[in-house]
Design a protein around this ligand. Sequence first.
Ligand code: GCU
Length: 607
Amino acid sequence: MKKLITTLLLGFSIFGQAQNINLISNVPNRNTTSLNGIWNYIVDPYETGYYSFHHDVYDQQKKPSNAAYFNNYHAVNKQELVEYDFDKSPKITIPGDWTSQVPELKYYEGNVWFKKSFDYNLKDKKRLFVYIGAVNYKADVYLNGKKLGTHEGGFTPFNYEVTSIVKPKDNYLVLKVDNTRHKEDVPTLNTDWWNYGGITRDVTLIEEEASFVEDYTIQLKKNNAAVISGFIKINNFNPAQNQVSIAIPELKINYKGKIGADGILNFEIPAKKISYWSPENPKLYEVSIDFNGQKLNDKIGFRTIETQGDKIVLNGKPIFLRGISIHEENAKGGRANSVEDALRLLNWAKELGCNYVRLAHYPHNENIIREADKMGLMVWEEIPVYWTIEFTRKETYQNAQDQLTAAITRDKNRACIIIWSMANETPISDARNAFIKKLVDHTKSLDSTRLISAALLTQSDSEGFGTINDAIGDYLDIISFNQYLGWYGGKLEDAEKILWKTKYNKPVIVSEFGGDAKAGFHGEKNERWTEEYQEYLYIQNLKMIEKIPHLSGLSPWILVDFRSPRRLLPGIQDEYNRKGLVSNQGEKKKAFFIMQDWYAKKKKEQN
Ligand code: GCU
């Protein structure tokens, strides 16, 4: 009984305060109302709307203060002192970062408040949730002056129940967003990408029944391509409503199951004649979950992914990952989020000859994942455990783990995702090894079906061999590493002489290589920053890479030039990392065609 009450309280507290319940999955196919569009914002560098002049925190005070911005207060007469007004403040489009929308905020790192007013007529016994696709970096969220919660992490979704707070008219959803970087955050202070602040993904209201399907996994059972297995989890389970069915009409499946007292149904369903998902056949099945008369639909692909020795094996067949790395940026030089943004990036990857993309260095938005699923592009998804994370700090670990949990919860039914990546170029130490091992174990506890990797740094041994000698290789299914011959060191002329060795008999992915070129800047192949230099760098690197033992894939750095505050060479970088094969203006550089030819040959070899 205690368990049942706990479950009930998880959904909403008896005091009407919202609780940050577990993440609701498959939001695009639920009964939703979008809060995207024009919001008001207030730039608040001194957090005047959050702290009193003696730095008391307004949202922890018993008596609500009209000075607290989350109360969206308006003066009731000509005498009253109120020093803010959302409705008279500037407007911004949400989703969207402030860097690319408000020129004055280009370099701003600090606090900005956002407010959206809306009406909502919530019918009796229905429940309402606010679901936020991502906020970079930290969000304090309020509805009608009530604190819903605080979320950290710039690239993963979160939600709150607002059933007992929402009103039919004049609701005001207020977010305090802080993109200040901190050493102890994930990512840490130092990255090679722009710190886009704001509400960077969709804001959605989700309406549900009293008991509803909160989350589920419907995938092939590990090591058994003839069984579809997983779980269905009911929020606020009522034992009187314990029937649920899973229909996959094309597979002639109409499975009926009984939900346990813990609100969970675990199932295994024999399935024949599955058309397995692959880049050549990105087959997605219509799946429908029927719980208590509520239908929740999804489109799910079924495939197996495993390693056999030093091969990556998809549906029982060894594959080579013809990839490219991608940052989440749109044509306007801001955070990408829309389907259109996703297609712009993925179509270039397809044109390059890719069957795989490395979505760096953080979980990208759900649109690009679902578009990759449809297009047949396999995906490496990673969390921003990047460079010098505070590996000894337990709260930092918890933050990383929470981001990983949210990414896996959101995307675990997407066949295109074949790799979860734990980290990028993290310096070797005992604390870092332990941190990564815990993340690996956590990943396996949530999803034992996908492969696990991390982008490692390389060393060269006394004989000049490139070596991958990193203890966490023991925990990884795939050994991936970044190397920058000819850009950060080494001579391109020596490329064919450079040999690599690894102690692991595991598949190897070269997760990054590349060099900068300013599109349209031409010269000799030995002149850095020219397209010819980048072209020669690709030609030489590929000669070296194709000799790497156990090579099973590569994802050159990077598809498109992207903004970085570290890249300041005037007239060449101008705050852009220029390693793109395509410029941020959409111009294909000469190296694009080198890579395209190499992939075309690779594809022919494989078929
Ligand atoms: C690193 C890092 C990237 C960075 C790239 C570069 O390997 O993983 O995030 O942008 O190198 O230096 O351009």
